[in-house]
Design a protein around this ligand. Structure first.
Ligand code: ARG
Length: 434
């Protein structure tokens, strides 16, 4: 291997193997997720250097072409990011220097690994948000579709996990559709908020070169510059936190949904059966079919919460770059990649849920019509609500009712018989244009 990028003859003894392992940690593993973005940013940086006369057109072209080659080698598995390389950033520069000699050594003019890692991370986070928005939309679409297929299929509505009032499967499905539409919208807003280029701020104090930061930002499809170089470094981890917070909205909704399914598939409820591929058997008990997938989906939010708190804990730092920040990558990337994998399973799961409509209907007991009776007294007899509520309800009044009548009478906007699915469809469509 070529020597450390920062190695100079008169300074800094080389770290021994143990120290080197400590300094890199599992960094290389996470840098694989940043590698392609680092290459894109390196190309844009080379083009920018050419525009201000630091590189000739030919030099910039050979750097660009070589970066393309490196990308192809990385994708095909020919180039492996592995020890003793220090990190993705130095690996790219070393590779260019080996390929292109003098020209390769020119790429790092006006840049530091501090803004290099920031721009790679920003591009990674932006693309993670695109993936998150897509999966939230698809999940919302599937929930909405299923809610639209049937109408008014009664199931008990619970509060405090106690039977409350009759509800419908469609209302339950539409609740998750709306939550995922909102998650998609939040993702779009977060993407816009973080779509600012940190590149060209170097180590955190700018450089004595008239860098074309705007041009480089445009090439990388950033909407604007993140202007102040000190702020760029200070913001590391803070942008990650916001992305994780956005992810946490989606995984929290997923946790609630998985909880519901977990309860509803339990024999005591028996409201829902899972497609068999989402269940696993027991190693001991021949009779078992366990909803392991559902439980791991439920646990995913804990991973995001843990990562959020890990990143937050690292951010007790004064201004400027600090190597502590390196550790925020593992938490961020682990949470993002595992959550996107989890969320990606949800559409098919929702499509395959088999509702046990008879059991759901049978779980609606007559006492659950009590609120209907009280409100009928208000509407029909003009009683003040509190009096209608206190006046004893006879078994005969309850027995006269059916689940179907109860949910059909639920006409307040958003409720069982007025789910406003078209409005939700419209909101979902709007997430494609904003
Ligand atoms: N692996 C480092 C990180 O993630 C790259 C930046 C190193 N910068 C430095 N000045 N040592 O933070």
């Amino acid at each position: 291997m070529t020597d450390f990028l920062w190695a100079k003859s008169d300074q800094n003894a080389r770290p021994d193997a143990a120290l080197q392992r400590f300094l890199s940690g599992d960094d290389l593993q996470w840098d694989r997720f940043l590698f392609e973005f680092d290459i894109a940013a390196s190309k844009a940086h080379a083009h920018g250097l050419q525009r201000i006369g630091i590189l000739t057109v030919a030099e910039s072209k050979s750097l660009s072409d070589s970066l393309e080659d490196l990308l192809a080698e990385f994708r095909s598995g020919k180039f492996l990011l592995q020890p003793p390389m220090e990190d993705a950033h130095s690996a790219i520069e070393s590779w260019l220097s080996e390929k292109l000699g003098e020209v390769g050594k020119k790429i790092h003019a006006g840049r530091s690994r501090n803004d290099q890692v920031q721009v790679a991370l920003r591009l990674y986070l932006r693309s993670a948000l695109d993936r998150l928005r897509d999966v939230c939309r698809e999940t919302a679409r599937v929930f909405l579709n299923r809610a639209s297929q049937t109408e008014l299929t009664p199931m008990p509505g619970f509060t405090h996990l106690q039977r409350a009032v009759p509800s419908t499967i469609e209302m339950w499905l539409a609740a998750y559709a709306e939550a995922f539409i909102d998650a998609a919208e939040l993702t779009t807003l977060t993407r816009r908020w973080l779509n600012a280029s940190p590149l060209g701020t170097a180590a955190g104090y700018g450089v004595n070169l008239p860098l074309d930061r705007e041009g480089v930002a445009r090439e990388l499809n950033f909407e604007r510059l993140q202007i102040n170089p000190i702020y760029v470094q200070n913001s590391r981890g803070q942008f990650e936190m916001q992305v994780l917070a956005c992810l946490a909205q989606a995984t929290l909704t997923l946790r609630r949904f998985a909880w519901d399914v977990s309860l509803f598939t339990c024999q005591e409820f028996d409201f829902v059966k899972l497609p068999s591929k989402f269940s696993t058997g027991s190693s001991l008990m021949p009779n078992k079919s366990n909803p392991d997938t559902i439980e791991l989906l439920r646990a995913q939010h804990a991973v995001v919460q843990g990562s959020l708190s890990e990143v937050q804990s690292l951010l007790s730092l004064p201004a400027g770059y600090h190597r502590d920040l390196q550790l925020s990558k593992a938490a961020t990337i682990r949470a993002i990649e595992s959550s996107l994998l989890a969320l990606g399973l949800v559409p098919e799961l929702v499509k395959g849920l088999q509702f046990q409509t008879e059991q759901m209907r049978a779980a609606i007991s007559p006492d659950m019509y009590a609120t209907d009776v009280a409100l009928d007294r208000v509407q029909r007899d003009g009683l003040p609500f509190r009096d209608a509520y206190r006046k004893p309800i006879t078994p005969a009044e309850l027995a006269a009712r059916t689940p179907e009548q109860s949910v059909a009478a639920r006409v307040s906007p958003g409720a069982c018989n007025r789910l406003m699915l078209e409005e939700l469809q419209q909101r979902l469509r709007a997430t494609y244009t904003t």
